[in-house]
Design a protein around this ligand. Structure first.
Ligand code: ADP
Length: 465
């Protein structure tokens, strides 16, 4: 039956072939300088002869590294599309079979096919599924995978006239690949594709909006700034879901609001129409309002995008979306001051619970944000940002852990008092936000800031975007 299985799989192979790929670089947005590197790969196809004549080695394989959904597959296709060559794709997990020999024979068949249809791009998705360092997996599954990997190495080496078949593979774990795979002549070129930044997200949204009936005044910046951390696949999905929203309402144009709704759905899952008692709505509202009201007092955190107490699948309570200062937070860096502000904001729900319900009625509604505060406080102290221990001495002194915890606790206490103070000074604003939240369940940025204008005791700077 092994032989039958093998034949069946081999027969399935041609379905991975795509002729006349119509994806172009212009379909992949937010690439920045990476685009130059990819244009060079296209030249290996279109000007292969020139490279060879001048004795320039064409790489056998290119490794696209990066998290899922950033467009690695799309890019590989765009290379084939721009070069006008055939495209073969397979997921490395499809190579790996429990029958010994099946994986290896698939690799062989794939490359044979690619050569017969040269010039071509062979795209191997999730290379790490088969390319993990050999010998790490024990048992017969490991043997099978080793055989597959060996065949892949043989296939990569097997091209005399380089430039006819180029292999592009994707992985999120270049660090665990078998060293033999990344040796010169094999996957000897790595290109890192990071998650898109603010501008990248705007560009990606716009690429997907190209084929859709968008309203004239769509605010891409607003959507991009509330989707911090999202990748191309998620952004593409937001545009699709927005189009569905439009259709459902019988409208003919996609609005900013459609995109906004879709972005929230992408992030938080479907709205869960839960029944709650008025008391519960109110308690959740106090929890979320507290974060927003305290955050408004801090320059880096003041850009509240959205406040909601509408429960969604996978997340019980409400949620405050803040846009952090895109410059400071771009590389995941925080300054000493902004880290302290962050801790204060994360402690606001706990402070509000105490102020509004009293010590005896404290709940655990703030458990998650208190956790955030705790870990931020430890980062603060361990990084030598606290008053007591400037410099990095804290990093190395393991036996002072008790000291460090004492310091972290001091930071937490200081920030907690500050959160309480802000909330007490802004009782009117808190009450107004809580009332509106209970009524409407969600407040947009505009709605929230008009309440701040009206009731806030500390006049915040207006939102910058
Ligand atoms: P990966 O291979 O990195 O997991 P994909 O290439 O499969 O990601 O991305 C899935 C989809 O997401 C693409 O088909 C495309 O619609 C969208 N996408 C991802 N990244 C981008 C990007 N940089 N520009 C435009 N669309 C993108």
């Amino acid at each position: 039956s092994g032989a039958r299985v093998r034949r069946a799989h081999n027969k399935r192979l041609p379905q991975y072939l795509e002729r006349g790929v119509d994806v172009k670089f212009s379909d992949v947005a937010g690439l920045g300088k990476i685009r130059l590197e990819l244009e060079e790969i296209v030249k290996f196809f279109t000007h292969g002869e020139m490279y060879r004549r001048r004795g320039v080695k064409i790489p056998g394989g290119i490794l696209l590294c990066g998290p899922p959904g950033v467009g690695k597959t799309l890019l590989a296709k765009a290379v084939a599309g721009e070069a006008g060559v055939n495209f073969f794709s397979i997921s490395a997990s499809q190579f790996v079979e429990i029958y010994v020999g099946v994986g290896a024979s698939r690799v062989r068949a794939l490359y044979q096919e690619a050569r017969e249809n040269a010039p071509s791009v062979v795209f191997i998705d999730e290379l790490d599924a088969v390319g993990r360092e050999r010998g790490l997996i024990k048992g017969s599954g490991g043997q099978e995978r080793d055989a597959t990997l060996n065949q892949l190495l043989v296939s990569l080496d097997g091209f005399e006239g380089r430039g006819e078949v180029i292999t592009i593979a994707s992985t999120n774990r270049p660090d665990i690949l078998d060293p033999a795979l990344v040796r010169p002549g094999r996957f000897d070129r790595k290109i890192y594709i990071p998650k898109p930044g603010l501008i990248g997200r705007i560009e990606i949204l716009k690429v997907h909006a190209r084929k859709k009936p968008m309203a004239e005044d769509v605010d891409y910046m607003a959507i991009a700034s509330m989707t911090d951390g999202m990748v191309g696949a998620e952004l593409a999905n937001i545009v699709e879901v927005a189009a569905i929203n439009m259709m459902r309402d019988g409208r003919t144009e996609i609005t900013t609001d459609d995109l906004l709704q879709a972005a929230q759905m992408e992030e938080r899952g479907m709205l869960d129409r839960k029944e709650r008692s008025l008391d519960t709505w109110k308690q959740v509202a106090i929890n979320e309002a507290a974060m927003a009201v305290v955050a408004v007092n801090y320059p880096d955190l003041k850009n509240i995008e959205f406040v909601t107490i509408a429960p969604r699948a996978g997340r019980e309570l409400g949620y405050v979306r803040m846009k952090m200062d895109p410059i400071k937070f771009k590389e995941g860096m925080l300054t000493r001051q902004s880290l302290r502000d962050h801790i204060t904001v994360q402690l606001a729900p706990r402070a509000a619970d105490e102020l509004w319900f009293g010590e005896d009625q404290l709940s655990t509604i703030w458990a998650e944000t208190a956790d955030n505060a705790r870990s931020a406080a430890r980062t603060y102290v361990l990084g030598g940002l606290s008053e007591k221990h400037h410099g990095l001495s804290n990093f190395w002194v393991a036996d002072r852990l008790n000291d460090l915890d004492t310091e972290a606790l001091q930071i937490v206490n200081m920030c907690y008092e500050r959160a309480k103070e802000i909330l007490q000074k802004n009782r009117k604003l808190m009450d107004a936000v809580v009332d509106e939240l209970v009524q409407k369940k969600s407040l947009t940025k505009q709605e929230f800031f008009s309440l701040v204008e009206l009731h806030g005791s500390i006049k915040p700077m207006p939102p910058s975007i």
